[in-house]
Design a protein around this ligand. Sequence first.
Ligand code: DP6
Length: 376
Amino acid sequence: KIYQASTTAPVNIAVVKYWGKRDPKLNLPTNSSVSVTLSQADLRTHTTAACSTSFNNEDTLLLNSSPQDVTGARTQACFRELRALRSSLEAADPSLPKLSTLPLRIVSENNFPTAAGLASSAAGFAALVRAIANLYELPSSPTDLSRIARQGSGSACRSLFGGYVAWQMGSKADGSDSVAVEVAPASHWPTMRALILVVSAEKKGVSSTSGMQITVATSELFQRRAEIVVPKHMELMEKAIKEKDFATFGKVTMMESNSFHSTCLDTYPPIFYLNDVSRAAIRVVEDINKKAGKIIAAYTFDAGPNAVIYFEEENADVVAGVLKGALGSLEGWHGREIKVQDIGEVDARAVQVLKEGVSRVILTSVGEGPIRTEES
Ligand code: DP6
């Protein structure tokens, strides 16, 4: 007999950034963070977890059909924690099949290019943990599971929820209070849109895992960010989301991204994630906001040059329209009718740099959390 369960899990893009670990083994962060979960119609991982006495006696993981190493500490931590939960259910109810002792066979597929630097580890570990929890029929809440997914990849803990999500850094040494919670569901502020500008980067930069360790070890600015800047931004951001106040949401999002990338520059040796194309995207967003006379668009960047630009549906023609005017008919606008806007007041050189450097666009929106699926 083969036992199996499937789920999808979304990508999330932080608006208050996680950068720095106080415990690299447990992935305990030096500051709290907030993210927006993106729609799974455009970006998601689908994962099936199965176990059977008939499987070879080792755990396996296929990602987009290619075998992955499961012996790493992060994957092992997730397997171990989930098996322990299943094992206590089995101990309490001897009629349950002993799934906790069987090898796991995990099959994952992304509906977006894994290599594009699009937070695939967040969706990946969230889906892995959710799929195994479904297979084991664990009564765990998304917050309970976020504690496990966090050990796979920090940002993954936020992908157990849809909408607007906070990862509370916690203070306990065992990490039991370092979990994700919902700030607001997607339905609270459903008009949030995100435009991802995928920048063709020629070489892979410093990974976030090692980048943040070097920042913690060498940057003085980082200290101030963790202790003063982020707590202030957390408060402003949670309030802005609750009040659907885009001007504040946008300003904090941009200042957060800038603060995070300053600590990268302040790292020694310095880490550069932004490139000329990223800076051109910043320039265009600044011009759009200047023209609007208020903040209607906000950029943010993770550990790479791709820009994510948040805006509200009512401003789609202005924000996405200006960018569509700049970028022309790249794929990814999903046939959505966007009126191309006059780009006269937007820096012409920045537009040219975007034209040359953006290889793909993804127009998406705030979305739901993991969804259980029937078939594999
Ligand atoms: C810049 O979650 O990828 O995207 O915990 O080492 O797996 P690990 O790091 P990861 O770091 C994400 C960093 C970020 C900001 C964020 O998502 O909050």
